[in-house]
Design a protein around this ligand. Structure first.
Ligand SMILES: Cc1cc2nc3c(=O)[nH]c(=O)nc-3n(C[C@H](O)[C@H](O)[C@H](O)COP(=O)(O)OP(=O)(O)OC[C@H]3O[C@@H](n4cnc5c(N)ncnc54)[C@H](O)[C@@H]3O)c2cc1C
Length: 421
């Protein structure tokens, strides 16, 4: 049996009867080698998924994931776990569709319980304009081959009676429902991919900050790290909120601003909210975790920052919005809040592409929606790294669209202003 062991019903029974003494670490803790075929910078969801698919789909084995802290300590463990495929624009819609299909098979694929819960997402609308845009979006989603339903006020009220339907400014008119959407346990996703990659021989190296990217003759040749230099034929950046800083190590300036996004959780309650619910008002969203906490959040903090904590003004806005839309939440005690650093692009869509430096690949710009993208991001980034061609589901995520202006995917129609997404 490998170091990670295998999960099975029989194994759980056996361990349960023998004091759970036979479990071993899920992945090795190797020393870095002097050279790899592929070095991935960033041990978050996207970096780990990339390593896994590079090994599983493309047969590469000499791979390292370099993580400056611990695996899963970044945004993959800080998000609010929402998974959905209800994007409107071509370029995004097929990518997130691909991702949801990968989510649906992920636990079997990894033999890991990621607590995938397809409890359905409701995107609530409040006025005629939002209703029309929502219907257009539902039609686009259905044309894409995914599920979408429009519910009007009375149907919605039967499903979720506890919302404030008669708020003066933001009365609730209906919602877009995607039943296959839901949540997954965020850090279990990182652990599952880490364990899967490790089983293929990928070296997962923690406490290994990348401090330099070595380039010779226009080609990447390796990285400098807190644990010494490492040579590499290919280097793949998957550093999420730190993408701008990491790319700068190779002399690149990215079209990315880093902003804080906060989230909040209450004390554990008995099950009260069955779905994920988002509101067009206040960018608000809420769901209930399997532990019982009500998990909610709203906008970005609206200024650039690398601090993984947020400001009071946005906390106040979020509390106002939740009290207005889901008044019962005001009876619960807030347990804690936290923040994460978002890599915001001008059009709110990501980048999976080559860079101007040969052998250096970029996966970035996930804004506040990269958790749901994790499987497809890893899958498509691995395809690009292994074949040097974009995956069919990720042809639009070009780095040069911000220079040429062609191919922008402005999902929210907010224009080229990072802080309005
Ligand atoms: C509060 C909040 C709520 C969110 N909610 C959702 C949601 O509901 N649904 C959704 O789809 N998305 C959501 N997101 C967004 C999602 O979490 C991110 O887009 C996604 O996790 C980013 O990809 P990642 O997992 O690879 O990032 P990370 O986990 O941040 O991985 C990047 C890693 O790179 C490492 N790194 C950085 N610099 C270096 C370096 N120099 N050397 C080595 N390693 C380095 C970091 O330590 C980090 O571990 C949310 C984010 C936040 C903060």
């Amino acid at each position: 049996m490998g170091i990670s062991g295998r999960f099975s019903g029989w194994r759980v029974l056996k361990e349960g009867l023998t004091g759970n003494k036979g479990w071993t670490p899920h992945w090795r803790d190797p020393e870095p080698k002097r050279e790899y075929d592929v070095v991935i910078v960033g041990g978050g969801g996207h970096g780990l998924a990339t390593a896994y698919y590079l090994a599983r789909e493309h047969g590469l084995r000499n791979i390292a994931v370099l993580e400056k802290g611990y695996l899963g300590g970044g945004n993959v463990g800080r998000n609010t776990t929402i998974v959905r495929a209800n994007y409107y624009l071509p370029g995004n819609s097929e990518f997130y569709s691909h991702s949801l299909r990968l989510w649906e098979g992920l636990e079997q694929d990894l033999n890991y319980n990621a607590m995938m819960s397809q409890r359905g997402i409701l995107n609530v609308f409040h006025n005629d304009g939002q209703r029309d845009a929502t219907i257009r979006r539902a039609n686009a989603i259905i044309n894409q081959g995914d599920d979408a339903e429009i519910l009007y006020r009375d149907q919605l009220r039967q499903m979720v009676p506890f919302l404030n339907y008669d708020n003066n400014r933001f009365p609730i008119m209906g919602a877009l429902l995607q039943r296959r959407a839901g949540t997954a346990r965020h850090d279990a996703v990182a652990w599952g991919y880490a364990r899967g990659a490790d089983q293929f021989g990928v070296d997962l190296i923690q406490n290994c900050e990348v401090t330099g990217i070595d380039v010779a003759g226009g080609r990447v040749v390796g990285v400098q790290t807190a644990r010494g230099p490492i040579k590499a034929k290919k280097v793949a950046l998957a550093a999420a909120g730190r993408s701008g800083q990491v790319a700068a190590l190779a002399g690149l300036t990215l079209p990315i601003e880093s902003h804080v996004l906060q989230a909040f959780v209450t004390e554990g309650l008995k099950p009260v909210i069955d779905h994920v619910i988002t509101f067009a008002e206040g960018h608000l969203y809420i769901s209930q975790s399997d532990k019982g906490g009500l998990v909610f959040g709203s906008y970005l903090d609206f200024y650039s920052s690398y601090a993984a904590r947020g400001n009071l003004a946005m906390q106040e806005h979020t509390m106002e919005a939740i009290a207005a839309m889901v008044p019962a939440v005001t009876k619960a005690r807030l347990l804690r809040s936290w923040g994460g650093i978002m890599d915001m692009t001008p059009d709110g869509s990501p980048i999976i592409d080559h860079t101007p430096i040969a052998g250096l690949y970029l996966n970035a710009g996930w804004c506040y929606g990269g958790f749901k993208a994790t499987p497809a991001s890893g899958h498509c980034f691995a395809h690009l790294i292994a074949t040097d061609r974009p995956h069919a589901a990720a042809t639009g995520f070009k780095l040069d669209r911000f220079r040429t202006g062609r191919g922008l995917m402005d999902e929210e129609g907010t224009g080229a202003q990072h802080n309005l997404h």
